[in-house]
Design a protein around this ligand. Structure first.
Ligand code: GDP
Ligand code: MN
Length: 382
């Protein structure tokens, strides 16, 4: 879950990290309000879109209306913050490096809105509980910062890494981290992303949860309520039904390679139901009814869950509701999944509901999709 700036800063404040005083506005600001007005949206780059404005007394109501006008939402929540006199802007981020299975620290001596295009990013791996970390961070920072700044910056980075662990964050990005006139450091912006798998350990901050919900499409919301994750992908031509995210990513790439991009991506969620084949298929059908979507592709792998149950669920779903566009099916099953029920039996049972071919190799399946959709735009089951 991506936390709004307001929720992210509240979290940082709880951990003793300095952030500006702020107030969340749901209605219009008072005429005498002054400071910085900031849209609370989940996308970044607000500064460049006119969604962050410095306001003097008297200016806040008009600025709030202008920001809400850009958002096209007259009741959008805004953060009104004390304006901070920034002497210098620094970029500081911590992220989970999935490959290294650890935390990576990123620091740019010049933070601000043009960070992506300015060279000079410093980075190192960081294990908050390992000995010698403070010294290692200091050594990274020393060439780019004066000692009087490098030392508190290194201490802050280490503290934030501990916050990251305690709060199950995938990303903790502060841009700008402000150096104030008195030399102290203050987080003027905060982008925090919490690992969804750890959501049960934390209370979801209300504003972030509401914005996340509002950002879902109706189909995505329905999928969430049914216990799986669906992401609609604009421009896709194949409604793709998959199970886990790794397999989904693989099929996404393979489909793109043959010129049939996926129109959706599906993933399991922790604590989801054992089988949501009918619900997934229903969602894929809804997407496939759109004129630009030409077919449905179903692919799952089964390690130890019985193949028969999955095939029965799929056949029953197809019998109940025939696909609106050509359906291509693939299942890869391991030894345990095949106990007492072979792939040939699965082929026969699916043929009985009109599925002409059952592929067990993902490449074969994707080739069948490409061939089937290239020559034929009719309806029915392939
Ligand atoms: P973003 O563009 O979505 O990342 O929004 P930010 O919160 O980072 O705001 C954009 C820019 O506004 C920052 O890079 C700062 O330069 C500036 N800014 C934000 N808050 C303050 C503040 O309290 N004082 C001053 N002087 N500038 C600010
Ligand atoms: Mn920022």
């Amino acid at each position: 879950m991506r936390l709004t700036e307001h929720d992210g800063k509240a979290l940082l404040r709880r951990h003793g990290i300095a952030v500006p005083e702020g107030l969340l506005l749901q209605g219009p600001p008072s005429a005498t309000a002054k400071g910085v007005l900031k849209a609370q949206v989940l996308e970044g780059g607000r500064g460049k879109r006119g969604l962050v404005r410095l306001v003097a007394p008297g200016e806040a109501p008009a600025a709030a209306a202008a920001i809400r006008g850009i958002l096209g939402d007259s009741t959008a929540p805004l953060l009104l913050e004390q304006a901070v006199a920034i002497k210098r802007e620094i970029y500081l981020a911590l992220r989970v490096d999935g490959t290294a299975q650890g935390i990576q620290l990123l620091v740019h001596p010049e933070g601000g809105v043009d960070i992506e295009t300015t060279p000079g990013l410093l980075r190192c791996d960081l294990d908050p509980e390992a000995p010698g970390q403070l010294e290692a961070i200091y050594a990274l920072l020393a060439p780019a910062f004066a000692p009087a700044l490098a030392a508190p910056l290194a201490r802050l980075a280490l503290r934030l890494a501990r916050v990251m662990v305690a709060e199950d964050l995938d990303l903790l990005e502060i841009n700008p981290l402000a150096v104030l006139e008195n030399g102290r450091l203050m987080a003027c912006d905060a982008k925090l992303v919490r690992d969804d798998s750890a959501a049960f350990r934390h209370d979801a901050p209300a504003l972030s949860a509401a914005l996340e919900d509002a950002a879902l499409t109706p189909l995505e919301r329905r999928a969430r309520d049914q216990g799986f994750q669906l992401v609609e992908l604009p421009g896709g031509t194949v409604a793709m039904v998959t199970a886990g995210a790794g397999l989904g990513m693989l099929m996404l790439d393979l489909l793109a390679d043959v010129g049939c991009p996926a129109a959706c991506f599906m993933d399991n969620v922790p604590g989801g139901p054992m089988d949501s084949t009918p619900e997934r298929l229903d969602a894929a059908y809804d997407i496939a009814r759109r004129p630009e979507v030409k077919g449905v592709m179903f692919y799952t792998t089964l390690a130890s869950r019985p193949l028969k149950a999955r095939v029965d669920a799929l056949a029953e779903a197809i019998r109940r509701s025939p696909p609106p566009k050509p359906l291509f099916v693939g299942i890869a099953a391991g030894h345990a999944a095949l106990r007492g029920y072979s792939l040939d039996q699965a082929r026969a049972d699916l043929a009985a509901v009109g599925v002409a071919a059952l592929h067990d190799n993902p490449h074969d399946l994707v080739r069948a999709v490409a061939a089937g959709l290239a020559g034929n735009h009719g309806q029915g089951i392939r």
